[in-house]
Design a protein around this ligand. Sequence first.
Ligand code: URA
Length: 251
Amino acid sequence: MVYHLGLTKESLSGVRVALLPGDPFRVPKIAEEVMSTFGGSCSELAWKREFRTILVSGKVIVTSTGIGGPSTAIVMEELSMLGIDTFIRIGTTGAIREDIKPGSIVITSGSVRMDGASTHYAPPEYPALAHHELLSALIESAREHSLKFHVGITASTDTFYPGQERTDSFTGQLLRRFQGSTEELRRLNVLNYEMESATLLTLGSVFGLRCGVVSGVVVNRCHSSEIDKESLSQSENNAIKAGVGALKTLL
Ligand code: URA
């Protein structure tokens, strides 16, 4: 049994695909969408700390990663050991480009590695790239569902506050390297901020496995730092539709 996830090879029944939200409470929502797309039933296999796993339709598992690189690296390590070779992160994100509205989705083609966990696996020059098959499956799925989507580079940070240049924090202070960082990233054609893709995509390439990332936009940072509560469930649902729809090509 792998230590953190509480899963065994037998419990996964030969499944090779994992959907990865951050939030354990989003796991059953994604399982529902998988069942309504592919039929079948689901069973909860384990829930330890932030790591909750449901097996769905006999085809996929949904496992929550918690927030950020370190816990995502644990999930990647332990699921890879159990035979999972395809990973789709279904998350949320803050857009930094003016035209990317809350409610839409971002499909990450590659990530700026502003995390720490990926540096334990590969040098900083190593790219964090989505696997080409997952990238095209996610784009195809977004088109099929007529979703408003954007494809491009994501900045993946280790902190929600200073790393994403938020000053609505306890001290309100930012290190010099983060002052103006959002504008700099915008000028580099980066679309959005989130906190797991750099780790996921780097480890995916290092391990020789397939990884992709789709995120629902829950705030536009050109206008606000606060999560847009009205579009939260719409963004979440759209990211889930795109992620689960991509399975049709992948399975
Ligand atoms: N997730 C992030 O990491 N940042 C945001 O602004 C929203 C979701």
